[in-house]
Design a binder for this molecule. Structure first.
Ligand SMILES: [Ca+2]
Ligand SMILES: [Ca+2]
Ligand SMILES: [Ca+2]
Length: 941
């Protein structure tokens, strides 16, 4: 004890001596600042804010500031704000942050705001308390605020903050992309690190092909929905998960050396990494595990992950494959596997405890091949280590998945590590420095035979570089469908990163031979047992289409439905086929299908917008429109997926809720458009009537749609409160009544009133970059509701305001290219914010989601000089569609004039059928709005 105290005293003296030495060189201006902290809960006298500037740094338990913060059940947390202020203006050119040295408490990064209004991002603050310096051109400021945005642990805090006048070159650049962008190589423009600080499980998966089943990726902190994903600010890799899907994950790999005890879980086997040694891009990742002196490379085919380990030291190597316990969004249970040859292991795992619902138990089957026979196979079950095994079976209690918890108890249970559920095996090798080991994991969701077949069909060889090249070429083909010229390097990086996310988050669930799983048949349509189905085969014996795992497709009429239709029309064709196949077994069009059954995440029947726009654009090539219509109609009636009440069916509105009914109304309108084209007048009349009932929500008092009770009384007197809305509020949601904007305008007193009101909303939201939490703020581009708002001016006769606000939203909410920024920092799911960002960058949109009988695109000013879309010859008669801009710049965001195929265009929109023929749209831009351009027919078409 005395020895420890002496060490601490020595440490304090030593560190004080260092800071004294710095004072003689340059004064640490933080020491004279006033420190204040807002938010969070006081953690006691040992952790007061003044410890941030007491000169004691990097000493565990001494001179630290820390705070208790609220952590939400899905893993997000409220962060405090730290402000350093001075009585007199100071010149500051460098800040140095020290995290608390405790490795289980970490502030990884955040945002700096200076009193002159400028802001900066801070990344990769070392977890161990070593200094993080940030230099910048000196600023004259009276205060500096730090808002952490990424942290881990129950008492997050910092050990010290310093401020100096002079910066240094070394800490001037905070973040650089790991690969250099090369013209024509679209993959090289993608930066997977962008906004990974939230660490969402399926957000950053380099080991994936477009829509492939396999989505391998290292994962870092176990936060955020029970699965950390890959977080740039984290300093340790915990393992490499193979599947990163909506409510589906499985098979956790970690190459270790030195006889790690696997029963200690991820904390016992994690390894430090340094980004300087890393390459991360679509289809390939290379990183170095510092602890194991092992370089890991990873690539993939559609259903196979492929690892190449290069060892830098002689060692006892163990390739650990964990098959039990929590991984990402599921818990792995009931694992079984066996060695079938000196280089092959086959088996299966059950997955359960899905945080957002779905089947209570689903299976993942796998075949793992090693390129060299292992010396020995070892394993673990619960806390027991097993040596020299040839098979492994975890006791599986069928009741395990039937336990019904209260929601809070359930979340607490699934986010707790249960050591008795751990299981896995490890393949043991003796390696020398320079030795290479390779491993492939083939997966299937239906059977071991199919996993074996997937592996053997897609990757029968050990040529890692070939697979890496194939993955690269595959991504290049997909990304290259839209090619841009001009813009800044960052804008181009962001654009291709957006496209990557648009093509990344959703995954195939069928095998090479077309088999796929369903779990229908239980009482709640999600408690069934595995039934293997197969998709129809064509004359060549090959599956006719794919089956997909996906989140809700909630409100994708404002992003994916438009963008996929432009660049990848087969995705609309594919999804409609896949969704009809689900309906065949489960009776409903899915909303967020998870590994072969429904999750019903979010609301409404989002399939309708997707099906309708595919039909109207002529992309419904394989589904019979009559059958699709009949299915949608069923889903729009009480008892169907849309979830409408009898009252809504009769009246077009429903008491207490407003967010969902506004969505239902749009879907009803879209379905009515399809009915009209199919000649179904009665259905047209019924759904048009329903789609018009939303006017009951209009409150003349607030000039917005507000929740009401059955007698029409307002249920809220605060339009920003979110009452009655789904992840939105009255300001964000009112203008999302896309099919009823003219009616909305007349309710508000005319188009000018609507324009004025919406413009006011954007002005209110601009200082916060149009980014808010689920219910706050006048406009939010950080989540799905209201993603059409900036384009509404185009429909209301003020296209110059769409041009203005689209550019600002694109830059402020989506322009970030750092690990902290890029998608609004809040709730990018599976490429929807990315989809809006890309559409804004291209200058195309469709407020009604191309669901009109004659679908149209509205025009704003692209950020690029040229956007070239290669048209898919299977769907479109034209070869390419080009958008060219002249005099484009950040300031020149206003369209002065336009030509469509050489002919003057005076309206702000054109037809999809014109796009399909190919052509060129030319836009002349200027710094002042031309209020005469684009007003012709803008709202009444
Ligand atoms: Ca301190
Ligand atoms: Ca720490
Ligand atoms: Ca969302």
């Amino acid at each position: 004890m005395i020895k420890q105290i002496l060490i601490i005293i020595f440490a304090i003296v030593a560190f004080t001596a260092i800071s004294t030495a710095q004072v003689t060189k340059e004064e640490n201006l933080a020491r004279t600042a006033h420190i204040s902290v807002t938010g969070g809960e006081d953690a006691g006298p040992s952790y007061q804010p003044n410890h941030l500037i007491d000169g004691i740094k990097g000493v565990d338990g001494q001179g630290e500031w820390a705070i208790k913060t609220h952590i939400y059940f899905w893993g997000d947390r409220d962060y405090p704000t730290i402000k350093m202020s001075w009585k007199k203006v100071q010149t500051i050119g460098k800040l140095v942050f020290y995290d608390r040295p405790a490795l289980n408490q970490h502030i990884g990064g955040g945002e700096l705001t200076f009193s002159d209004g400028t802001r900066m991002q801070v990344f990769s603050i070392p977890n161990d308390g070593s200094p993080k310096a940030i230099s910048f051109p000196p600023k004259k400021v009276s205060w500096i605020q730090f808002d952490p945005t990424d942290g881990d642990g129950d008492l997050i805090g910092l050990s010290e903050m310093e401020a100096y006048t002079k910066g240094d070159k070394a800490s001037m650049i905070q973040y650089t992309k790991t690969t250099k962008p090369v013209d024509g190589d679209w993959v090289s423009w993608v930066d997977p690190n962008i906004e990974t600080n939230r660490g969402r499980w399926f957000f950053c998966t380099p080991g994936s092909r477009p829509f492939g089943m396999m989505a391998a990726a290292p994962y870092t902190r176990n936060k955020n929905q029970g699965g950390g994903g890959y977080n740039y600010n984290a300093t340790d890799v915990l393992g490499f998960g193979q599947l990163h899907c909506w409510v589906l994950s499985g098979i956790d790999f970690m190459p270790t050396t030195g006889g790690i005890d696997p029963t200690l879980g991820v904390e016992g086997r994690k390894s430090a990494i340094k980004h300087e040694k890393e390459i991360i891009q679509p289809g390939y990742q290379k990183l170095f595990l510092e602890r194991y002196k092992t370089q890991v490379e990873m690539t993939c085919t559609e259903r196979v992950s492929f690892y190449r380990m290069t060892y830098h030291e002689k060692a006892k190597a163990d390739l650990l494959v964990s098959l039990g316990g929590r991984l990402g969004s599921v818990t792995m249970i009931g694992a079984e596997c066996k060695q079938v040859s000196p280089t092959r292991i086959e088996g299966k795992i059950g997955t359960t405890d899905r945080m957002w619902g779905g089947p209570s138990l689903t299976w993942v089957f796998f075949v793992i091949d090693f390129d060299k026979p292992f010396n020995q196979l070892n394993g673990w079950k619960g806390m027991n280590r097993l040596t020299n095994i040839s098979e492994l079976a975890m006791p599986f209690a069928p009741d395990r998945t039937k336990v019904q918890f209260e929601r809070s108890e359930f979340v607490k249970y699934i986010l707790t590590t249960h050591p008795d559920e751990q299981a896995g095996f490890s393949a043991a090798y003796d390696v020398n420095a320079g030795d290479v080991l390779q491993m492939k994991i083939g997966v299937s969701l239906t059977s071991i035979e199919n996993a074996r077949n997937n592996l053997e069909q897609e990757c029968p060889h050990w040529n890692f570089d070939q697979v890496k090249q194939d993955a690269h070429d595959d991504w290049n083909r997909w990304l290259g469908r839209i090619q841009v010229k001009g813009g800044t390097q960052d804008q181009k990086i962001k654009f291709y990163t957006d496209l990557w996310h648009v093509l990344l988050g959703r995954h195939k669930i069928e095998d090479v031979n077309g088999d796929y799983p369903t779990y229908f048949g239980g009482k709640t349509l999600s408690t069934g047992t595995l039934k293997v189905e197969t998709v129809d085969k064509g004359a060549d014996g090959k599956p006719m289409h794919h089956m997909y795992n996906s989140d809700a497709l909630w409100l994708t009429m404002w992003n994916l439905n438009i963008l996929w239709g432009l660049g990848w029309p087969e995705m609309l064709d594919q999804f409609t086929q896949s969704w009809m196949e689900y309906a065949k077994h489960g009776g409903m069009l899915p909303r967020g299908p998870g590994s072969g059954a429904y999750t019903k995440i979010m609301g409404g029947c989002p399939a309708t917008s997707l099906f309708t726009c595919a039909y109207q654009k002529g992309l419904l090539k394989h589904v019979d429109p009559e059958k699709a219509f009949a299915q949608m109609k069923k889903d729009h009636l009480p008892g169907g997926m849309q979830g409408v009440t009898e009252f809504y069916d009769q009246n077009g509105w429903t008491p207490t809720k407003v967010g969902e009914p506004v969505q239902w109304a749009f879907e009803d309108w879209a379905l009515a458009q399809m009915a009209k084209k199919l000649g179904k007048e009665e259905d047209y009349a019924h759904f048009m009537k329903r789609s018009a009932g939303w006017t009951n929500y209009y409150s003349p008092k607030y000039g917005l749609l507000m929740p009401k009770d059955k007698d029409g009384n307002l249920l809220s007197d605060n339009p920003l409160s979110g009452t009655g809305w789904m992840e939105a509020n009255s300001w964000q949601g009112t203008f999302s009544i896309s099919h009823g904007l003219l009616t909305l305008a007349s309710l508000m007193g005319g188009k000018d009133s609507l324009i004025k009101k919406l413009n006011f909303a954007f002005e209110q939201a601009a200082p916060s970059d149009f980014v808010f939490g689920y219910r706050d703020g006048y406009v939010s581009y950080a989540n799905e509701p209201g993603l059409s708002n900036a384009h509404v001016f185009n429909k209301a006769g003020a296209p110059w305001l769409s041009q203005y606000w689209v550019r600002r939203v694109q830059e402020q909410a989506y322009g970030g290219v750092t690990p902290n920024t890029g998608y609004g920092g809040h709730d990018e799911d599976q490429g929807q914010m990315g989809g809006v960002s890309a559409l804004m960058a291209m200058g195309l949109f469709s407020v009604t989601g191309t669901c009109d009988i004659e679908p149209t695109y509205e025009i704003t000013s692209p950020i690029f000089d040229e956007v070239k879309i290669t048209l898919d010859p299977r769907y479109y008669s034209g070869k390419e569609f080009i958008i060219k801009t002249y005099h484009n710049s950040r300031e020149n965001r206003y369209i002065q004039s336009a030509r469509f195929n050489g002919v003057a265009l005076n309206k702000n929109w054109f037809y999809h059928k014109e796009f399909a023929k190919g052509g060129i749209l030319e836009l002349w831009l200027g710094s002042k709005p031309n209020k005469q351009w684009g007003i012709e027919g803008s709202a009444t078409k």
